[in-house]
Write a protein that binds this ligand. Sequence first.
Ligand SMILES: [Zn+2]
Length: 425
Amino acid sequence: MAFLIANAQVWDGEADERYPAEVLIEKNRITSVARGNGQIARNGVEVVDGAGMTLMPGMVEGHCHLSFTDPMRNQALGEIPPEEHLLRPCRNATFILNHGFTSCYSAASAKLRIDVVIRQEIEDGYLAGPRYRAAGPEITVTGGLGDERKQHMHAESFGMIADGPDEIRKAVRLCCRENVDNVKINISGDEFVSYARAEVTSMSEIEVATAVAVAHEWNKRVSCHARAAASVKRAVRNQVDCIYHCDFADEEALDMLEAVKDRVFVGPAFGLVHNAVYEGDRVGMTQEVVDKMGLRRKLEATCRAYHEMRKRGIKVVIGGDYGFKITPMGQNARDIGHFVKFFGYSPAEALRCATSVGGELMGLKGDLGVIKAGALADMLLVEGNPLADPSVLVGPDRLAMIMKDGKMHRDPRARSVAPERRAAE
Ligand SMILES: [Zn+2]
């Protein structure tokens, strides 16, 4: 089947502005992008009228946790038996696609096999969901983020605990055996961990080096949790591919990131700190708790770091740690507006983080997250102009079309509510 999307304003994932163009899709690829109208023959194609709308690439969630099912506490994820724990992430996969995310890069699976079986179910065509790069659990050391045990008390969460190079090697190999795409390691602590705060660097140099070496030998990518400056440097020195958070990156850490900006991705996962500071009362997190945990200070540090990242041209992806009680899944596109408001990005720069840079993170540079001839046909038709107001991408209401791999997940021709809203605008 071939589709022609006509009359839309195209934002192609790279340019600063939209332009009027027609886009032809054959099978799962974009085969032609012609500026203006009436340039592409209509015979034998299904014409989709994009009048009044923006055609843009499907969004890429760069820090996804489909298996984080709204926990208030990390250990709540360890208390769900595997059978129940599979169902909600399946629904999340469809839910996030309904919100315009046609690709997701997992930043950890709460249990080892959840991500990989979901990826397979999507690939086999049984489950509606995004293109998905599956991760394993967060490999962490005793006492690190993800170790919820207490002496005499067993507890699990999203962590896979391993100490020393031998155990780390085995943990990574387990993830490889179960066929993850990404291995996740926790190099620093976190505000939410009383015994290992964000500025503690918990995983040793040799442990990080071992994890990355093994994962790369198995052709896997490595992402890490790294808030402390020392943990960011440890990640860069040891060839980690995607470094999350980096809140307390100092000048030296920023210089090191800049030196490897051709191959390393960074993601702030800002939604979590944003919601904790500004919207914590929704889940009973008082301002007193926010202050006690140092979250306001962390937020300021994150903003400082990402102003620098933007200036230095470091590749940053969106993804806000959505999936916790405080960061409900579905808010994911709010990150784009956060990049503009808090980090000084232009809307076009922030949207690139959500599309073309994300496509590169997915390992499909120039093929995904862009609208150009030859690229994969993952696209959205959006009512409104995300360059003028990125919030039109939040919530599924304004997404008239969601196309993934050349197939209509949401077909605009089936819509009935659009005309009044368009008239109102
Ligand atoms: Zn995360």
